[in-house]
Design a protein around this ligand. Structure first.
Ligand SMILES: [Zn+2]
Length: 184
């Protein structure tokens, strides 16, 4: 909400005039989604997993980007604002709601790298990887020794490919008599 107020943005951020970049997944992002209305589907929310509770708000029209992070020591400071409890969870739950934004958060102007233009890309761009043959959208390809490669084939992906399963394995999975697995 503090980030939205700084840019005088009102939720939901579903138009490409605003962009929110979060630096972790998890329930923190649920809060960001609820308070901004930004979403991955609208391309107004990005997760760049750095394992940090931090969010950057970008005014796409001006290119101005502000990164908000919690100030050090706020977990302890929360007890000052929620003096009626000694429980850490409740102190944070209530304390953070009462604490002024400037005590809770630090704002820092940042310069996006890659640039905002590269981050937003051209949505209808489409090429094929010269190595794996898969289609690459949003200008995420890399040029390598005269070839067009996807990020994975260029060696910067998140997996190492194993064997492709036979086409019939989809049907085999449906025909199995085992009950569907349920999340615990
Ligand atoms: Zn590839």
């Amino acid at each position: 909400m503090a980030g939205m107020a700084t840019f005088r943005l009102s939720p939901p951020v579903t138009k490409p005039t605003g962009l929110v970049i979060v630096e972790t997944d998890g329930c923190f992002v649920d809060g960001i989604e609820v308070s901004t209305g930004a979403s991955i589907g609208h391309r107004t929310l990005r997760v760049v997993d750095m394992g940090k509770i931090a969010a950057t708000f970008v005014d796409v029209q001006t290119g101005k980007a502000l990164r908000l992070t919690p100030r050090p020591g706020i977990r302890t400071l929360a007890f000052k604002y929620a003096a009626q409890t000694e429980e850490r969870y409740l102190a944070q739950l209530h304390g953070y709601q009462l604490m002024p934004d400037n005590e809770l958060l630090e704002q820092r102007e940042i310069h996006l790298q890659p640039s905002l233009k590269e981050l937003l890309s051209t949505p209808d761009a489409r090429v094929t990887c010269d190595r794996c043959g898969e289609e690459i959208i949003n200008q995420r390809e890399l040029a390598h020794e005269g070839k067009v490669l996807c990020i994975t084939c260029a060696g910067a992906g998140y997996y190492v490919a194993g064997e492709a399963l036979p086409a019939k394995s989809f049907e085999a999975a449906k025909e199995t008599e085992a009950p569907p697995r349920r999340e615990q």
